[in-house]
Design a protein around this ligand. Structure first.
Ligand code: 5CA
Length: 155
């Protein structure tokens, strides 16, 4: 397994979670590609998106259903500031992973984390595991627990 994917597998295990990372033959770089690769709906794919919340001008992670777009103005207001999308360099710095493989946990720096409440309707969702070909299935309440996320409306 790719070392980045192995790191996610170990982090899942350390969190007491039985989820198994899968390296797919095809790209899982985008939510649509990931859904095709695993045979799920796009809504069941977790996008791990980094934004900057200002104040305090720090990165936050938002775990978003593949079928939703974050309403930055509304979510920023809920979090008490303004939100803007992080650029690729900041994503790499804050998480330790490149766009397309950013996982929901095991980051370079601890990130305040929010989870799209629309993900909670599914029995199983799929998140990236460190590379653009690695994913893992998990139930949303377990993902909420192991990421320490707060569930929010992102729309
Ligand atoms: N592996 C898939 C599904 S698990 C995945 O990582 N999807 S994702 O949505 O979390 O990652 C792609 C996201 O990165 C895009 O939705 C987009 O919001 C963001 N992105 C893509 N290109 C850039 C860029 N140049 N700068 C900042 N963000 C970007």
């Amino acid at each position: 397994m790719h070392p980045q994917a192995e790191k996610i597998q170990q982090a899942l295990q350390a969190a007491g979670c039985a989820a198994q990372v899968r390296e797919m033959p095809d790209s899982t770089r985008t939510a649509v590609e990931a859904a095709q690769a695993v045979g799920s709906t796009v809504g069941q794919i977790v996008k791990s998106l980094v934004f900057v919340l200002d104040p305090p001008g720090q990165p936050v992670l938002v775990l978003v259903s593949g079928s939703n777009r974050v309403n930055e103005a509304a979510l920023g207001a809920r979090l008490g500031g303004t939100l803007r999308k992080a650029d690729a360099t900041l994503v790499q710095q804050a998480t330790g992973y490149a766009i397309g493989g950013v996982p929901p946990l095991a980051h370079a720096t601890p990130l305040p984390t929010y989870l799209d409440e629309d993900l909670l309707q599914y029995a199983e969702i799929w998140a990236a595991a460190g590379t653009p070909k690695a994913v893992f299935p998990i139930d949303p309440s377990t993902l909420l627990r192991i990421t320490g996320a707060t569930s929010v409306c992102v729309r």
